[in-house]
Design a protein around this ligand. Structure first.
Ligand code: ADP
Length: 367
């Protein structure tokens, strides 16, 4: 069954917010799940989420609520989505079973804390407390793998891409700057020719991901792009060989640090900035439309999920909805000066809470 976890996170006020607007905040904390939001136009609005992380929240608590259940699900689930015949000469595996896929998204305006939550203040050079979701997910995966049953072997492969102006760029190989997205019956959504790096341990995975982050900065300088204007997608493919059952189980975990959701187009942006803004707004609205379609009744046969409307939603096609698990972190500034962007982020989160469990319509290939 599909399970969606939606949380809101408020970062501490920044020094410029305090300088310009003092210490007043637009939210009034109720409890760990709900708060009141002061809106100039609509007055007091109340919001409830699975969990609200206030400015004193820890990175560990964000991981525990948003990502840990998905990481554990990756290794423990027995949800069989799709069968296909697969011959593994070495392990004598005869059957491949797709396990559930998972997606974790950070959404919000630029400067709201998406990258801080995803990576931490720095993916490598940061103390244990500061570590964001990515290093914690990596450590969680390998910890569970090392404590798993001897009759199961695991392999983990990493890919990392950036979506900018509707082009998908390989962050492990910058020469691959226009990766095509294909759909295969046996593998689901595939990024054609993307680098897939096998990793054996957590430290190695974190080093490789940090190279991807550094490459992102290089590419952005070359193109004169700010990272907040592109979506950064981390893909973990986990293969489980269940030796006794002669089966292989595949699962995918995708984490996305989304581009800033602010409405740049309305603030007099011109030229390239305006084009970027339009493309970002289009892909984030495509994500919103997919979320809306997924909130429709599962009984409604006519529900069309418009995954094909953007590269972002297409990449997420087999990791959003259906039997997948999804977690959304709505990152917000607490300052009244950002109230309208915060409100729009909170409304996006409130909509995503209504995503229903839709049985995946998957082809079952003959074994
Ligand atoms: P975004 O990725 O949404 O553009 P960032 O993650 O870069 O935003 O955060 C903007 C600034 O706020 C950074 O300096 C970051 O270190 C700081 N920040 C964000 N969230 C937190 C938090 N929860 N605690 C402390 N500082 C934070």
């Amino acid at each position: 069954m599909s399970k969606v976890t939606v949380c809101a996170r408020f970062r501490p006020l920044s020094s410029s917010e305090i300088r310009d607007h003092g210490t007043s905040v637009s939210i009034h904390r109720m409890d760990d799940e709900s708060f009141n939001f002061k809106d100039e136009k609509d007055g007091d609005l109340s919001f409830s989420f699975d969990k609200v992380f206030y400015e004193d929240s820890t990175q560990a608590s964000v991981y525990e609520v948003l990502a840990m259940p998905i990481v554990q699900d990756k290794l423990n689930n027995h949800v069989l989505i799709r069968f296909r015949c697969y011959l593994n000469r070495y392990a004598n595996i005869t059957d491949t079973v797709n396990g559930t896929n998972g997606t974790i998204l950070t959404y919000g305006q630029t400067g709201a804390g998406k990258t801080y939550s995803m990576e931490g203040p720095g993916i490598i050079k940061c103390d244990d407390e500061g570590k964001g979701l990515i290093p914690r997910v990596v450590e969680g995966l390998f910890e569970m793998i090392s404590s798993s049953h001897v009759t199961t072997t695991y392999s983990v492969k990493l890919s990392m891409v950036e979506i900018y102006m509707e082009k998908v760029r390989d962050l492990f190989d910058l020469s691959k700057d226009n990766i095509q997205i294909k759909e295969s019956k046996s593998q689901g959504i595939v990024l054609s020719g993307v680098s897939e790096i096998p990793v054996l341990e957590a430290a190695e995975a974190i080093k490789i991901l940090s190279n991807g982050i550094a490459n992102r900065a290089v590419g952005e300088t070359q193109m004169n792009v700010a990272s907040s204007r592109s979506h950064c997608v981390y893909i973990f493919v986990l293969q489980q060989d269940l030796l006794a059952e002669k089966r292989t189980k595949m699962g995918k975990l995708i984490l996305v640090d989304l581009a800033g959701s602010e409405k740049v187009g309305k603030t007099g942006a011109e030229g390239k900035l305006l084009e970027e803004a339009k493309t970002i707004n289009k892909s984030l609205s495509a994500l919103g439309n997919v979320v809306n379609a997924l909130t429709c009744s599962p009984q409604s046969k006519s529900t069309h999920i418009p995954y094909r409307d953007s590269k972002l939603t297409r990449i997420l096609q087999d990791a959003l909805g259906g039997s997948c698990r999804m977690a959304l972190l709505c990152c917000c500034s607490p300052s009244p000066s950002n109230a309208s962007e915060t409100l729009s982020t909170l409304r996006f989160g409130a909509r995503a809470q209504h995503i229903k469990a839709i049985p995946c319509v998957r082809t079952q290939e003959p074994t």
